[in-house]
Design a protein around this ligand. Structure first.
Ligand code: ADP
Ligand code: MG
Length: 140
């Protein structure tokens, strides 16, 4: 399992880390993606989804909060809680159903859902370090 810190020199390296994660993550797990706007969170998710066989585009679910995928029978939920004003909103979209232990949940801006979303199995922290990014991976 990829663990600890590594430097991602370009976008391709971020996508490759996502593909590495695709190979080790299991359904029922929860991943937090931390980092400022532009740190590469959605790019990492794109690499992860491609690694699981997704061939289409990857939308940023900034306005919809969650984008569901189904790949080879596995449900994957990509959350972006950046615009969430109140964690209570998550109850309204039926958040509990997403965390029923069947799907793989990946969250950008999980801090905004504090108290409502489960604890992470993996936290990836991305920081801008020109010209690339630093990634730190910590498993629970
Ligand atoms: P976030 O979802 O964290 O806001 P994005 O994934 O949308 O960030 O990425 C923002 C920009 O950073 C994109 O233009 C992407 O191509 C770029 N990017 C991603 N990873 C790297 C990297 N390792 N080095 C340089 N640029 C990167
Ligand atoms: Mg994003």
């Amino acid at each position: 399992k990829p663990t600890g810190s590594r430097y991602l020199a370009d976008e391709t390296a971020t996508l490759a880390l996502g593909a590495e994660l695709a190979a080790v993550l299991k359904s029922g797990q929860c991943v937090y993606l931390l980092g400022d706007l532009g740190a590469g969170k959605t790019t990492l998710m794109r690499g992860l989804l491609r690694g699981l066989g997704h061939q289409g585009a990857v939308k940023s679910p900034t306005y919809t909060l969650v984008e569901p995928y189904e790949l080879n029978g596995v449900h994957i939920y990509h959350f972006d809680l950046y615009r969430l004003a109140d964690p209570e909103e998550l109850e309204l979209i039926g958040i509990r159903d997403y965390f029923d232990g069947q799907g793989l949940c990946v969250l950008e801006w999980p801090q905004k859902g504090a108290g409502v979303i489960p604890a992470p199995d993996l936290t990836v922290t991305l920081t801008v370090q020109p010209p690339g990014r630093n990634a730190n991976l910590e498993w629970a």
